[in-house]
Design a protein around this ligand. Sequence first.
Ligand code: 6R9
Length: 646
Amino acid sequence: MSEQDLFPVPREWAEKARVDAAKYEQLYGRALADPGSFWLEQAKRLDWIKRPEIAGDWSFREQDFRIQWFADGKLNVSVNCVDRHLKDKADSVAILWEPDSPDEAPRSYTYRQLHEEVCRFANVLKGAGAKKGDRVTIYLPMIPEAAFALLACARIGAIHSVVFGGFSPEALAGRITDCDSTLVVTADEGRRGGKKVPLKANVDEALRHCTSVRKVVVVKATDGTVAMNAQRDIWYHDAAADVTADCPPEPMGAEDPLFILYTSGSTGKPKGVLHSTGGYLLWASLTHELYFDYRPGQIYWCAADIGWVTGHSYIVYGPLANGATTLMYEGLPNWPTPSRIWQVADRHNVEILYTAPTALRALMKEGDDYVKSTSRKSLKLLGTVGEPINPEAWRWYHEIVGEGRCPIVDTWWQTETGAAMIAPMPGAIDLKPGSATKPMFGIEPQLVDGDGRILDGATEGNLVIARSWPGQMRTVWGDHQRFFQTYFTTYPGKYFTGDGCRRDEDGYYWITGRVDDVINVSGHRMGTAEVESALVLHPQVAEAAVVGMPHDIKGQGIYAYVTLNANCAASEELRAELKQWVRTEIGPIATPDAIQFAPGLPKTRSGKIMRRILRKIAEGEVSSLGDTSTLADPSVVDDLVANRVG
Ligand code: 6R9
């Protein structure tokens, strides 16, 4: 299949579209020409305590750097996601929960029940001392209480920081300490693919290194035995029995923080990406409705984990702001069988499914029978996110899973952007497999060369966004300078995404992947610097350099070059030990796929590691290493090539 394949908008989609091709062009033009009135009108989709009179107020330049949206508005996010639907949707299902094991019964919560759960949870948090502006770290499995906890924080104005349940105690401790969380919400254990995850024990371990935490609220999820510290730990079910289901929402400024979410960058420790209350919610809600063409009554399933931004924006905030029925799944797409994801879709009559290319590639490998043995008749639209989708996986998703009838909505965005930025609006944009297609209203993408020159027409370059949008992150928690430095100095006056991108003759955008030292493993961002830091903590490691390597299922794998201390010998045992070491330091998702012991790394005379060469070797492209003459010791390259792993 060639990249030139075009899948025109089906007639029935164009006819019923909220936004068809002509309207897309018109609204896209208006949002750029008259952003003030456009965004104030869009803001009406939210319920405000005080409706804003100003839209964007921003500058990406150093002298007056600021990003604000709807700054004079006041609202509460939990009211927008719950209370306002009580008028006409109290008895429709808000959250539909599918447990890890198919033998267990699903659970569902109507908007009325969700209201009660959120208020009760909010009162428990208050009882544990949380108040407006406090940071609450949430380390939970994919259970309904995770959604309640997020909304409960929003209700009282506490800032949540969700840490993915697969992260290690060390990674958790770092994220708790960075934002001085006073409260942690966790569960006894998590369950995924039939395996238990000792969440509470991990919290206990993490808190040996943290001084800010006063209370730990523990949700009983599996009934596993856990140690409880009488001064510090509270069982959620005990505390919930002692509070009422009445909790007045805290009025919040649109610019007040809603949450922090840590994400990997190209340097140093993970950054606490901070999102706002008003602009973020507007962006999540608008993009959820338009990109998934969400209609009342539809069952919508975003198969991400709440520990990632996709879970925040497209399991919780976007769909609930729109009064949707959002399905939350505790387990893995391929357990206990590679049919599970489709079985879940059938069981709940899912109409909209949103997942990641890495999951599709893994399922594709198992063969079509696992798909064809299921019905999938309910499916109407299929979304993807997290990394570029290769045309083979796109075609499989379209032909085999969707039987040719479902548009594939490939959404490009980032933790930093809050919600989707470039994607095909299903009634408006013809599809090209592998292209995220066209920008959302108000998004002005540009491609620039290394010197920041704007490239016109069909071309390839670095992807920047030339103006602010409501869902943009507002700062890096505790380090506003790092925020400016990371995103606005490479190409002054523009937001730099870190992604490379091509634009074709039709103005379609094709994301080509990261151009910085961030790798994308199974759709999860990993800073190579983080893995390197973990490796050099090992007593036998002198130096480490980590790069991405191509991987059939994960998209990219982690390839680590390790130089040992003098007197330390390379061995298979040590290789296994180092892999385990990184797992323990960061979490299973950071486990290196390959470790090559290297007596020396290719460095310039000024001591900089030439990653370009290391990447080529990891990719197996040893015949095109380019110029190595500027290396301090060109001979190290021969050793690296000779001892390549894989
Ligand atoms: C939402 C999310 C962001 C990075 C981003 C890019 C890659 C995400 C993509 C995509 C091509 C898509 N990415 N979606 N690349 N096509 N549809 O994934 O956020 O975890 O912060 O990752 O993921 O490289 O810069 P995050």
